[in-house]
Design a protein around this ligand. Sequence first.
Ligand code: GLC
Length: 428
Amino acid sequence: MVYVRKLFRSIALLFLLSPGYSPAAETTLRFVTWKSETAQMWDQPIADFEKQNPGVKIIREIGPQSSTQLHDLITQKLKNRDTEMDLFVMDVIWPAEFASAGWAFPLDRFFSLAEQKQFLDAPIQANRYRGQVFGVPLFIDAGLLYYRKDLLEKYRMSPPRTWPELVEEAKTILTREKDPQLVGFSGQFKQYEGLICNMMEYILSNGGNLWDDKRMVSTLNQPNAVEAVRFVRDRIIGQIAHRGVLAYEEPESLVLFTEGKAVFHRNWPYAWNVANDPQRSKIAGKIGMIPLPSFPGGKGVAALGGWQLAISRFSKKSELAWRFVAFMTSHAMQKRITLSTGRAPTRVALYNDREVLDQLPQLESLWETFKQAVPRPTTPVYVPLSNIMQRYFSSVLALPDTDIDNRAALAARDMNRVLDLLREAPAR
Ligand code: GLC
């Protein structure tokens, strides 16, 4: 017996001392995510995690920035039951689909209710499906209006409260500035998920909606919704925004603003840090940020966005993957990510943290916007519905002579077909 133990020890020693040995006996975790505009989002936190967990290596697979394209990549792997991918980032609209398809690992065993209470309620609700929780909110997003404070001050204007006011102010500034490079507005109008966020902000702030969640019918063809879409087409695109916005996602639209070539800009909270960084922006210190306007008599609406960390149902390393999720969404790490990137935290306590508020005073005023941000409806068939809406918005915005009522009716009919399927589906 003693002999056997000695033999084992010498074999182990030989193995450790052999020149080929590397900590490749290490465990790896494959994490699929998008590329961030700053190294502080992933590089540094991951390096810290690896330092704290010797023998664990995070292999990062960088997918597309666009939520729609990243969804295709991640769902393809999940459909293939790919055991390579352990972890992924999850847009706030995906949990219902991923949960109902059995793709995301339920986290209740790790993520207690008491811990969930430490987070903002809206993103937690978005991660819940049929009583279980499938993701941990990493940061929250809400649509905001950015503007050139210097230009508004120059023309003694106050920041717009309504969309028509925004259009009028932009037109006046463009006429007076006589700068052929300057446009009035930049936002995200390409055919992808960001288009839904932008368009729902106009539609809902005009008293309309995308669909009626209770009756499960599309409301895209109702007058308030159609009117808002017509406003964007006739008063914004090709008027105060150049038609290039029809191909813009967040990064392109932000560059136009940071280059000093747009008066108004719609984006998520991270744009504040980028636009105020003299290394990356020509308008640092010259901008303001306020809640999005409404239509007269209405209330401004911000789309709720944000990203979660989730574990694949097919991962063989869920315990270890959870260690990474818990680390990245811990109070300390969220604070660091918030301070270094300006992304809005999902942990409530950070909105009362002096250090955070001293460095990002805007978070105090954003609190209300986050609390009131409107989620996109939670349903496992969100993606097909979004695709129908994307095609409708994109075609009517791009073609000024299309009959919007007619296109809206067709889109509503297609959406209702998908919604019917849901109504017929047996509860799981
Ligand atoms: C942001 C939001 C996300 C949204 C996407 C659209 O990343 O956090 O929820 O779907 O923008 O482009």
